[in-house]
Write a protein that binds this ligand. Structure first.
Ligand SMILES: Nc1ncnc2c1ncn2[C@@H]1O[C@H](COP(=O)(O)OP(=O)(O)OP(=O)(O)O)[C@@H](O)[C@H]1O
Ligand SMILES: [Mg+2]
Length: 243
């Protein structure tokens, strides 16, 4: 893991060092100067994002369970499309599902999935979010699906998509789905993909209804000194439930 992180950090650092060396050259045109500054901007943003994603991924997950309306939290994710031409719609035939979960972390899950779906369509396709009832041996729950008509995944991408640092996107850190998967598993759920190259993708997330009590602590504590990943200081959105 340390070797992968070193590689991910060294790439942008090499680009930054190169750009600085080029900026020192004499007789640089105004245009080249601006291009090099833009590269420095881009690479620092990339490094900053990498650090934030890495912290999200490495922190132990400490669920702040509350009643969460899945249709609310997934419907909200349609707002992710505001910066694109993609059409992100909520399937109105969805059921009104409610579970015991961490609303802020679940929001992160669906935002990430919708962001991936929008990216897969090149920002111009169509994405549908739906919630259905489902049951597993372990209990009752719901499956939330995010379907897109984008580029799809071949077998290799499908098998590796959840791996940390696996990415096919030039600006991606490859930690999106790894973080999503950790959050889903912390809820006792699971995530899977149905996808073929060129035929779009459906990502499904099963979430059990669960109980108010906390699950056992997450055993994968890679950075013990960090505070738990939770957003308990934010205003709870789902405190007053009508149904
Ligand atoms: N809806 C999708 N359609 C096609 N490919 C996808 C989809 N979602 C994920 N992938 C593939 O899985 C890879 C890993 O996704 P993940 O969200 O972990 O990282 P990323 O999107 O590349 O980067 P980041 O999330 O850090 O911006 C993507 O690079 C892409 O190849
Ligand atoms: Mg992503």
């Amino acid at each position: 893991m340390a070797a992968v992180i070193a590689h991910e950090v060294r790439n942008p650092l090499a680009v930054i060092a190169n750009a600085v060396a080029s900026l020192r050259r004499e007789g640089l045109s105004r245009h080249d100067h601006d291009v090099l500054l833009a590269i420095l901007d881009e690479e620092t943003i990339r490094l900053n994002r990498l650090v934030s994603d890495l912290l999200s991924y490495a922190r132990p997950i400490n669920l702040q369970r509350q009643r969460v309306l899945l249709h609310d939290v997934s419907q909200r994710a349609t707002l992710m499309s505001v910066h694109h031409d993609a059409r992100v719609v909520y399937d109105e035939s969805s059921v009104r599902g409610q579970i015991w979960g961490d609303a802020n972390l679940l929001r992160q899950v669906f935002d990430n999935l919708v962001e991936n779906a929008v990216q897969a369509t090149g920002g111009t396709g169509s994405v549908t979010i739906a919630v259905k009832q489902a049951s597993r041996e372990t209990g009752e729950g719901f499956v939330v699906t995010v379907s897109d008509d984008g580029e799809g995944m071949d077998t290799q991408v499908r098998n590796r998509a959840k791996d940390p640092f696996f990415t096919t996107r030039p600006a991606g850190t490859g930690l999106g789905l790894a973080i999503v998967n950790r959050i889903v598993e912390a809820h006792g759920g699971e995530m899977w993909f149905e996808s073929r190259s060129g035929e779009g993708t459906t990502v499904s997330v099963f979430l059990p209804i669960g109980t108010e009590s906390s699950p056992p602590p997450d055993p994968r504590r890679s950075l013990d000194t960090l505070p738990p990943l939770s957003h308990s200081d934010e205003r709870p959105v789902y405190d007053e439930l009508k149904d």
